[in-house]
Design a protein around this ligand. Structure first.
Ligand code: SAH
Length: 393
């Protein structure tokens, strides 16, 4: 449980009085309806207050418990007095790109920061079903017809992919379910956007490995679906290849679509780029992909970051075709975003398109993902890294 098991036991000592603008020691964000029901009952309130709280936190995304006007004043006051508050993470920094991408540095209550990215118009490669039908206009009158939010799952990452900037940070800690949902709520509030009326896709492709924080990640997903109102079919989770959790995801009643960061067509190259391949090699990973129970018309996504002269040859493309033969999947090709401390280069001119042509000619749907927000440091983990490097110098 995310809150004190008996909040009324010693309110003075444990919680004391807190100003409403202070960071709550007991965030409500991250609690599901049953947990909120237990909480309101401990406060001697009728259980329907839990639904009111749930709607205020996730649908209306009210930022302070004291402002939830559907609740009686005295209940609001006692919540705050006992240290309960919404617990929305703050936006510490915001970088706006010339292409409309906005990168947020989001601050957790303990001062740790993660990055969350807002991409208007989405990124045709990773959202939707790959048919490109998503790009059609829906007459919303906005500058964008749909937007994608890229969400982090951990502070830093333990997986150590050799081309990824987040890996250089190491792992600091898991994000709670509330912090995962909180990133989305903070960005929606900043952008003044409300699903489901306005179309928002989510990709769990920010900092961290979602499947090494599985329970919080999947709880976050449920709250985002049931509370915030983003359909599960508009969410994609990307994994570096934690094979057992792929089976767990397949067994979930509510789950995002699955993307697997493949990045190599054989074990030798993959183990060099992604040491996790020594634990779950391509045979185990592709078996998990083949066993994954896809919904009607759903496709798996394989992501493939192209690195010059490492995994981008015509031979690699043909090997990839054979590796994934028979899996109902599309491939998203991403030219490496280079960065400080990364030993690889982006493919030379034409390399990405030649790779794509080989896949397409073999009948594999393959898309080249546009780099987003290059001018504000678009590579995975780069915003935080840049900020840290600047702070150090
Ligand atoms: N840990 C998860 C999700 C975070 S990484 C995973 O590995 O899938 C999200 C995507 O960004 C992955 O497909 C990863 O391969 C890609 N990526 C990481 N570093 C990159 C870089 N420097 N340039 C381009 N893509 C990168």
């Amino acid at each position: 449980m995310g809150f004190h098991p008996n909040p009324l036991q010693s309110p003075g000592q444990t919680y004391g009085f807190r100003r409403m603008d202070q960071i709550a020691c007991n965030p409500l964000l991250g609690l599901h309806l049953q947990e909120l029901t237990a909480l309101v009952e401990e406060f001697g309130q009728p259980s329907y207050r839990a639904r009111q709280l749930f709607e205020a936190i996730y649908c209306q995304r009210i930022e302070a418990a004291g402002q939830i006007s559907t609740l009686p004043q005295d209940f609001r006051r006692s919540l705050v007095e006992r240290g309960f508050n919404v617990g929305l993470p703050g936006i510490e920094k915001k970088f706006v790109s010339s292409d409309g991408t906005v990168r947020y540095l989001v601050a957790c209550a303990d001062g740790q920061t993660v990055e969350t990215v807002w991409m208007p118009e989405g990124d045709g490669g990773e959202s939707g079903d790959g048919s490109e039908a998503d790009a059609q206009t829906e007459g919303t009158g906005r500058a964008w017809e749909r937007a994608t939010i890229c969400v982090s799952s951990q502070v830093g990452c333990a997986v150590d992919c050799q081309f990824c900037l987040t890996a250089l940070l190491g792992i600091k800690r898991n994000l709670s379910a509330g912090e995962i949902v909180g990133q989305v709520c903070a960005v929606l509030n900043d952008q003044k956007v409300s699903p489901p009326q306005e179309r928002v896709n989510l990709v769990f492709m920010g900092m961290g490995e979602p499947f090494l924080n599985y329970d919080n990640f999947i709880k976050g997903v449920r709250l985002l679906v049931e509370g915030v109102g983003i359909p599960e079919t508009r969410m994609t989770v990307s994994t570096a290849g934690i094979a057992p959790r792929i089976y767990d995801l397949g067994a979930e009643a509510v789950r995002p679509k699955l993307a697997i960061s493949l990045n190599a067509s054989n074990d030798t190259v993959r183990s060099r780029l992604m040491p996790i391949n020594r634990k779950w090699n391509l045979e185990r990973l592709i078996s998990a992909a083949r066993d994954f129970p896809l919904r009607n018309r759903e496709k798996l996504t394989f992501e493939y970051v192209l690195l010059d002269e490492v995994n981008d040859s015509a031979e690699h493309a043909r090997e990839l075709v054979e590796l994934i033969r028979g899996v109902r999947a599309k491939v998203n090709l991403i030219a490496l975003n280079p960065g400080p401390g990364i030993e690889f280069q982006t493919p030379r001119s034409g390399g990405v398109l030649r790779f794509q042509e080989i896949l397409v000619a073999a009948g594999v749907p393959a898309f080249v993902r546009r780099p987003r927000g290059r001018d504000i440091y678009a590579a995975c983990g780069q915003l935080k890294r840049t900020v840290e490097l600047t702070a150090m110098s």
